[in-house]
Design a protein around this ligand. Structure first.
Ligand code: MN
Length: 150
């Protein structure tokens, strides 16, 4: 786990995003969903794991009912400090546009495997058991995100 790709993509003299570092958290792991008004509007799901925020861009957002499976594209790990980030990434910078926290909370980890992650989210909007399953026939970074039936 490292933040090299995160740092490489950003100029911290221009973006208000946190520089951050790999840091093992204490207590229950956190998650955040940020609404990102970039050129292609999307949501970013981030799960604290091994000192960073494992991250996925979710064009249609996190499904709130079990009938829907949404595409989630794995992106670079972000620092834990990013879970509190809201603000405007300036024009010309990576991810230019406004970032707002859509939901946040803690989660319980059930499974973290290379191709399958199962968590129980305890957020304000999102609550319950969620799965991320790597969608192998598509690209390397493409996953399906869905809510488990109770
Ligand atoms: Mn984003």
């Amino acid at each position: 786990m490292n933040l090299h790709e995160y740092s490489r993509k950003r100029d911290f003299s221009k973006t208000p995003e946190p520089r951050g570092s790999v840091k093992i958290g204490t207590g229950a792991p956190v998650f955040v969903v940020q609404e990102h008004h970039s050129r292609h509007h999307h949501f970013d799901l981030r799960l604290e794991h091994e000192g960073v925020l494992a991250s996925w861009a979710v064009p249609k957002g996190v499904p709130e009912s079990p009938e829907k499976k949404h595409l989630a594209v794995r992106t670079e790990d972000h620092p834990l400090a990013y879970a509190d980030f809201e603000g405007t990434i300036p024009d010309g910078e990576y991810g230019a546009g406004e970032v707002e926290i859509w939901d946040h909370g803690t989660y319980t980890l059930n499974t973290w495997e290379e191709d399958r992650i199962e968590v129980v989210l305890q957020g304000n909007r999102l609550r319950g058991r969620y799965l991320l399953v790597r969608f192998k026939r598509a690209g390397e970074n493409e996953w399906l995100l869905f809510k488990a039936k109770e």
